[in-house]
Design a protein around this ligand. Structure first.
Ligand code: NDP
Length: 434
């Protein structure tokens, strides 16, 4: 805390990992001897830069850009860019720290990194977003590359932003280096299922948890999802394909409740096409209701999938969910559940999957995009979804088996943290003191 003052989210994520890896450290004294903990908590490189840009009226704005290259023990740095006014070093470091264990769990050769800016794309025209992205890449380009660091999207960075970033990278470097960014459009090197992968992957993970717990499934289950962005939309789509019903979702203005099941086409039209507020959903679905300023967790459900942002599900929300009959919580977002809420779920016997395991489908699909770019290949949707499903099954199995091995059956937090940590630590030991 003294070394990294004021970085509350980073401290929270480090504490959560360190609390669970104690048993692994006891079994592996070589980790402590090599000071793996101290080294793993210190990013390999942190880049902070000025991003000047001009809005449509000619007014100049200055934002701050970040790229934290956290750990490259397993491969090139890999992780998204977030554009949101709340972004500061503590958020980028927390996300980068989570990312390195998540990437390890995928079994793919990728290290951990994260970046972004305090730029707020909300209400900005396409041209303003383009000018911002061009300015951002004019500094970032010198730090990234297919073999060094491969950014992707996150909150506020979707297909539009990745397109502008890629265009500027190509223009500055005079290289058509497809593998420098993932989440690209299908017309210029993107991969099938990358768009859907994080949401679909979280739902596949939920299916695995239910299956491991007596052969249950999502079929017929009532589900609530928070958020209505990339992760949330495709989590809802997959729940419906598997026979469950998502009855509510949200954005930062409030939530919508549609007891007949959220209509994904209408939701996509409102959030992806019109980039509007979620209350407009009710204009097309008159029987649904919009509730302003309340958490979506007020709506009773059996399965909860938080897909919005960090610390959005509090201890009070956990009690509401438990009282409403919720028995399984799967994090689609990064660290959406506060530590107090996680404890509440554990005490009530609610099964809980942490984001670093459950939302790893996005980065896994990004690694598949890198693979396709490297071999100048492109796979079908069906094949790509099959690969994603297998990867999620393997991540679930690894977390489950590690929790068993350490005498904490069903504890996915311990399973994911210990397994992710062990994989990174072994590679760091092999590389010597660097
Ligand atoms: P998007 O920007 O597409 O969507 C974010 C959604 O969350 C929006 O509905 C947004 O509402 C809502 N939201 C954001 N901040 C808040 C807040 N403070 N309070 C309430 N709601 C909020 O982002 P993604 O879907 O890509 O990302 C969502 C989460 O998933 C993040 O935690 C991200 O790190 C994580 N994640 C994403 C991956 C990906 O592949 N995209 C991969 C792995 C994890 P509004 O429109 O009102 O801002």
């Amino acid at each position: 805390v003294r070394r990294n003052p004021g970085e509350a989210e980073f401290h929270q994520s480090v504490r959560e990992v360190l609390d669970s890896v104690v048993p692994a450290l006891e079994r592996h004294p070589e980790y402590a001897e090599a000071k793996i903990i101290e080294r793993i908590c210190e990013p390999e490189r942190q880049i902070i830069f000025r991003v000047p840009w001009e809005d449509d009226r000619g007014e100049v704005h200055i934002n701050r850009g970040f790229r934290v290259e956290f750990n490259s023990a397993l491969g090139p740095y890999k992780g998204g860019l977030r554009f949101h006014p709340s972004v500061y070093l503590g958020i980028v470091k927390f996300l980068g720290f989570e990312q390195l264990f998540k990437n390890a769990l995928t079994g793919m050769p990728i290290g951990g990194g994260k970046g972004g800016s305090d730029f707020d794309p909300k209400g900005r025209s396409d041209r303003e977003v383009m000018r911002f992205c061009q300015s951002f890449m004019t500094e970032l380009y010198r730090h990234i590359g297919e073999y060094t660091d491969v950014p992707a999207g996150d909150i506020g960075v979707g297909g539009r932003e990745i397109g502008y970033l890629f265009g500027q990278y190509k223009r500055i470097t005079n290289r058509y280096e497809s593998g420098v960014l993932t989440g690209k459009g299908l017309s210029y090197g993107g991969a099938q299922v990358r768009l859907e992968a994080t949401g679909y992957g979280a739902v596949f993970f939920a299916e695995e948890m239910l299956r491991a717990d007596g052969g249950d499934s999502l079929d017929g289950k009532r589900v609530v999802v928070s958020g209505s962005g990339n992760v949330a939309i495709y989590a809802i789509e997959k729940v419906h394909q598997l026979g469950g019903t998502v009855v509510a979702c949200s954005d930062s203005s409030g939530y919508i409740h549609d007891d007949k099941g959220i209509n994904v086409d209408v939701l996509k039209q409102v959030k992806e096409v019109r980039r509007a507020r979620i209350d407009e959903y009710v204009d097309a679905r008159r029987h649904a209701t919009f509730v302003a300023g309340r958490p979506v967790w007020d709506v009773p459900c059996q399965v909860a999938i938080p897909c919005a942002t960090q610390n959005e599900l509090t201890a009070a929300d956990a009690l509401t969910l438990i009282a409403g009959g919720c028995t399984i919580v799967v994090e689609g977002a990064n660290m959406p559940t506060t530590p107090e809420a996680v404890r509440g779920f554990a005490e009530a016997g609610v099964r809980f999957a942490p984001g670093k395991a459950a939302n790893a489908g996005g980065v896994a699909a990004s690694a598949l995009e890198m693979q396709q770019n490297a071999s100048r290949d492109s796979w079908t949707f069906t094949h790509s979804e099959q690969r994603l499903r297998e990867i999620m099954r393997t991540i679930h199995a690894r977390c489950h088996a590690t929790a068993d091995e350490y005498g904490m059956p069903g504890n996915y937090v311990a399973g994911a943290n210990i397994e992710g940590f062990r994989l990174v630590a072994e590679a760091m030991l092999a590389h010597g003191l660097i």
